[in-house]
Design a protein around this ligand. Structure first.
Ligand SMILES: Cc1cc2nc3c(=O)[nH]c(=O)nc-3n(C[C@H](O)[C@H](O)[C@H](O)COP(=O)(O)O)c2cc1C
Length: 382
């Protein structure tokens, strides 16, 4: 049995990733904003919801598959965009894309990704979505959108919850904020992870591949990173989304929606779907858990708009809870980063297999996709 096969749940994959990665990278993946209360809230929101089973139902042929805009995926779970994945493992973005193809789920390449749109579209022509960060220069945004269109990408995910940098104190402590300057203790810790370090040294610094065309020819990874930092984050408004709607022919999805009014405005500006998300607790520590907002947002946009969610999904049962509360589809970020760090493409496939097995067991136990019950009232509040 390989060490990946011994990972029976996402937490075990997380522990394996933590052994392989130096603190600098593990903290970058794990970390949240400020005091990381939002991170905890994302998890406790799932714990607070219970699922009500119906028994005496024939579950021998229950299907996990889900259709989204005419395409049927193996299950209602996709791989969320995660920037700088190449720090976890060289080539991570394409490994995730290939795992998505094999598992028949969507993969969203990050606007801060370390593979290019064109490379991604080649390995995952049907399953790859692209996440856009609107940049300071409109010509750059428009060029990226045209490149995605020309590469055959059909889903554009516009992230709206990063108007400014966020205060991730683990990254600050490690010196992993621009201008990147790892502390002595961070370097010492990296030396204690020789397998990661040897790969990192031999394969070189990952680049923001999608930004290379806008940097001077022959620019180094650092110069491309400087260019990226000069363009992102940038304040955007609904007018920018309406402009994107005019030039983007495919599905337009807005990621980072929490307020039902914003969900309505996104639809008015031409969005086909929204991802209810607090960026995995990485941008606003006081933000509510997306799970708790699903019923109101579903009601605000009506049945014809695709409502998706992420933030805190770690179990198949979490996917079922989100669907029972109004989501059409769910994404997870860190679980796939743990997988790809722990075992490359095979690790990402392992994460998908874990989710799929848990999802199947939960749906079978429920006798279908189930009904979610609100938090149980504690004895003292009765
Ligand atoms: C390491 C890391 C990098 C991320 N980078 C991006 C990004 O570039 N663009 C984006 O829209 N979201 C980004 N996210 C947020 C994810 O897309 C997703 O919203 C979040 O991870 C969901 O929470 P979860 O990790 O608890 O599943 C990132 C998340 C992580 C953990």
């Amino acid at each position: 049995m390989s060490s990946l096969d011994r990972c029976h749940n996402i937490e075990a994959l997380r522990q394996q990733a933590a052994r392989y990665l130096p603190r600098l990278v593990m903290d970058y993946i794990e970390g949240g904003v400020d005091d990381e209360r939002c991170l905890l809230r994302n998890r406790s929101a799932f714990d607070d919801i219970t699922l009500l089973p119906r028994y005496m139902v024939d579950v021998s042929s229950l299907s996990l598959s889900r259709s989204l805009w005419g395409r049927t995926y193996a299950m209602p779970l996709g791989i969320a965009p995660t920037g700088l994945a190449g720090f976890a493992r060289h080539g991570a973005d394409l490994m995730l894309a290939q795992a998505a193809v094999k598992g028949n789920v969507p993969f969203v390449l990050s606007g801060a990704g370390t593979a290019s749109i064109e490379q991604m579209a080649k390995v995952a022509p049907e399953h790859a979505w692209y996440q856009l960060y609107v940049s300071r220069e409109q010509r750059v945004t428009e060029d990226i959108v045209c490149r995605a269109r020309d590469a055959g990408v059909q889903h554009l995910v516009v992230t709206v919850d990063v108007p400014v940098h966020s205060n991730r104190e683990r990254d600050v402590r490690n010196g992993f904020v621009p201008p990147v300057k790892p502390t002595a203790s961070t370097i010492l810790n990296a030396l204690c992870h020789p397998v990661w370090l040897a790969r990192f040294v031999s394969q070189g610094l990952p680049r923001f591949e999608n930004w290379a065309p806008y940097a001077p020819p022959g620019a180094s990874a650092k110069q491309i990173a400087d260019l990226f930092s000069s363009q992102i984050p940038f304040t955007q408004t609904w007018r920018d989304l309406a402009r994107l709607r005019q030039i983007w022919p495919g599905r337009l999805i807005v990621k980072g929606i929490l307020h039902e009014g914003d969900a309505r405005q996104a639809v008015e500006a031409g969005a086909d779907g929204v991802i209810v998300s607090n960026h995995g607790g990485r941008v606003l520590d006081g933000a509510p858990s997306p799970l708790t907002l699903l019923p109101a947002i579903r009601q605000a946009v009506g049945p014809d708009v695709r409502v998706m969610m992420d933030s805190g999904v770690r179990r198949g049962a979490d996917v079922v809870k989100a669907l029972a509360l109004g989501a059409d589809f769910v994404f997870a970020g860190r679980p796939f980063m743990y997988g790809v760090a722990a075992g490359g493409q095979a690790g990402a496939e392992r994460a998908l297999a874990i989710f799929q097995r848990e999802l199947s067991l939960t749906v079978s136990q429920l006798g279908g996709w189930g009904t979610a019950a609100p938090p149980e009232r504690s004895p003292s509040s009765r």
